[in-house]
Each structure stands twice: as C-alpha cells, then as structure tokens.
Ligand binder design. Sequence first.
Ligand SMILES: Cc1ncc(COP(=O)(O)O)c(C=O)c1O
Length: 473
Amino acid sequence: MQHETDWERIYEWDSKYYLHVKQAADEYRYLPVSHTEGNYVHMANGMKLLDFCSQVIAANLGYKHPRVTAAIKEALDKVGYVQELFCTEYRSRAAKLIMEDLLGGDGWAGRVRFVTTGSEANEQAFAIAKNITGRPNIITREYAYHGSTSGAAGASRNRYYRATLASPGSAEIRDVPNFPGGGFHIVPAPYCYRCSLGHTYPSCKQADGTLACIKVSENLIRTIGAETVAAFVTEIFYGGSAINPPPEYIPQLRAMTRRHGILWIDDEVICGFGRCGKWFAYQLYEGVTPDIMTIGKGMNGCALPVGGIVISQDIARELDKYRYWSGSTFAGHPVVAASVAAAVEFMLEENIPAVVSQKGAYLHKKLKELEGEHKCVGLAQSVGLLGGFEVVKNKATKEPFVKDDRFATYTGDISQYPEMLISEKCVLNGVMVGSTVPNTVRVAPPFTITEQEIDFGVEVLNKVLSEIDAMCD
Ligand SMILES: Cc1ncc(COP(=O)(O)O)c(C=O)c1O
C-alpha cells in the first residue's frame, strides 16, 4: 500500500534514535533518500544524484537491477529463510556459478562458503588460515582496509578505521583498549607515489629484480619467524584508498609467500566480480592464484548483505577431514543466494569483464585528462572501473593537502579535507564520488554507467577541481 512519506517524522526519528557513524550528534547530516533508479539516487528534496562511486564501490549493477530483484522476490515467495544446514537450489546454483563458471578454469579453488559481510569473510579467512597452519601471525600492510569487525579491523591499517571514537572538538582519538589484539604485523604498502621506504620505482629494485617493499616484507617475516606466520592478507588494488601496485608486486609477493609456506589471502571484496576488468583481480597476473579469497559487495551488487570465502583445493581437502565448527544464522541465506546467482548469471551473459575493460579505458583517459589539467591532481589512476585521484597542495613537490595524509586521525575539523570538500561540491552539482582517505577521491561507477554519464561526472569533477586549484600553491 502506497502512503505519503512524512519527512519531518523521518527526520525526528532518525536524528533522535539512530546511532550514527562517522559523525558526532551535533554534526548530524540529514540525507534523506526517496528512491533509487538505474544509476541514480533520488533525494527527498527532489535532487537526483548520479552515482559515480557505486555507493561504497559496491552497487556494481546500479540500483534495483531487475534480474536480481526478480530472483529475490521469487526466493522470498518460495523459501524465505532456512538455516545453513539446509541446502537450497539458490545456494547450490550460486556456488556452482562461482566455482565453475568464474573460477573453474584456474584450477585452485576447492570450496566456497557464503557469509553476511566482507568483514566476516576476512574473519573467517584469518581463522581458517590460523587453524590450518597452526601459526598465530597475520601480515598486513600500511593503509590497508579489510573491514570493521575486530579481526578485520586489526588487519586494517588506517588509524581512523581502527579507532572507534574520534573527537570533532579536540585531537582526542580512542582505540578500544587492546583492540585489535596481537598477531597483526605491518609491512610497507606498494605505494610508489609516496614510497614509505623513500625509493622511486623502478630504481627500488634489488639486483635480482626484487622490489624493495617485497624485500622489507620478507625481512619482517624472517624477523618474526616464517614458521609463526599463517597468512599474508592483501587487496590487489587498494579498493578504498586508491593504491595500485607496480606490476611486479603481486607476482613477487605470491612467490615469496610460497617460498615460506605462508598462505596468501586475496581480499577481493572490492576488486572481485568484474570491477578490475577480470572476474577477479588476481587473474590479471599470469600464473598467480591465492590460497584463500574473500569476496563480498559485487557478488550481488549489494542487493542484500553478502560476503564469502573461497578456499583452495588443498585447504578444502584438509577441512573435509574435520567438522568445521562455525555457525552463522544468516550464512547461505536462500534469498541472498538467489540474488548472487541472478547477478552472476547476468554478469556472465553480459561478459562483464569485457564491458568493464571497455568503459574503464574511457574512464581512465578522462581521469588522466583531469590530472593533466588540474594543478591539484597529483596522481590519477584506475584499473577497470576502479579509479581515483590524489589531491596535492603542490604538484611539483607532491606536498600533500592534508599533511598527515593517510595517517590522519580524523579528529578536529575535517570539513576542509579535500575528500570532504570535493564530495560535497560534487553532490551540489548532482554527482556522488567516493570519499576515502583525506587527500583521495574515488571514482568507481556502476558497470551500467554510460559514456554520456561518465562525461557528465567528469565535467562536474572538472568544475569542482578548478575551485580546489585555487587553494593550491
Ligand atoms: C577490501 C575490503 N575488504 C573488506 C571490506 C569489508 O566489507 P563489509 O563492509 O561488507 O564488511 C571492505 C569494505 O569496504 C573492503 O573494502
């Protein structure tokens, strides 16, 4: 039954009762959404916003994709909910599609399990890696984001993602005591634009061609003892904070982890399901396969909450001998599984990796034009439809706009951070971009974006960046 929405009431209840994240109560921003359609979010005030970042690089098929919506309705009518010990046609089909149609040719994947979020997928991956190897430590990298539950946040190395409270009125930041617990060790990010080891790519390579960041990572592993390290967790392209590694990085990392008998957890929560122009980003590298892959978001374009893990055949054989004592009320939910199956079937029919590569090439050209035209854009980069750019105060010296850059704690007044300024100004012009770390903006539209819509999004960015140019040296 249709009814008039009483937006005053909505405001009252939301502002009064909901526990809002990333803002103190007096910073509350009321952003009421009326509905969504295609690649657009319609606000209650009538404003229409082009989604240029797929919400949180998640709504990959635009909004309310008809195939996915129909599958949800069917599964809801037919089954609704049963717990994970029951098999449904939806879960079985979704598993087959991922294991055979997307991964079958690569020969490594043994089993898949569906959970509810990407964070939970990483929790599962860490637990399995520690169980299988009997080793306590996990290697993660600077600036990483792997989720916001305890273990996943432990692997996350942006301070403000790990901290639970940050004050708008002072420099106070609060990490939960002992959170996230021990066992996570941090190695350098492959962030060549600002190498934390002070190198310049490619002169960072050792005589045998090894990248300095791989060498330092291996040294840390040797220092704590390879026999204590269960896994090395990475994304391939930093989804949230826009870091693309040099081409040698992932193959060298994989070879190094194999040398030491360390499992590689490939977090494809953002990079997977076509986002980078392949079904999974590891497929961009010849001969590289993970031991555990975590997935989420793009599995169903976020029509419903979902995450998952894929384990290698070796790990699956090992787990097959045991009772995998893990339970989750929502794992393998039939309606969610139906949405995954429908989304993957659609993406297969459309050959989404090819679509993303073609649209991605167009977006890449446009982002590079912005880099060429604006003195505030230090570096623009993209792979497939995962793009972004870094805003600088001085292009020649690469002076960061916010000095603490990726180490910023998000206390005090953050309204002048470039990501905040740019995303606010873009919204006023009808475009939503992704805000991530202080000096970086993400551009990662849904796969359903048209060339005209890319042009419009870039036109708005062009206008907004001209205003930021005026703030540069
Ligand atoms: C790389 C990566 N891993 C894990 C997660 C966590 O996923 P979720 O938000 O579904 O828990 C995210 C979320 O943005 C992510 O970007």
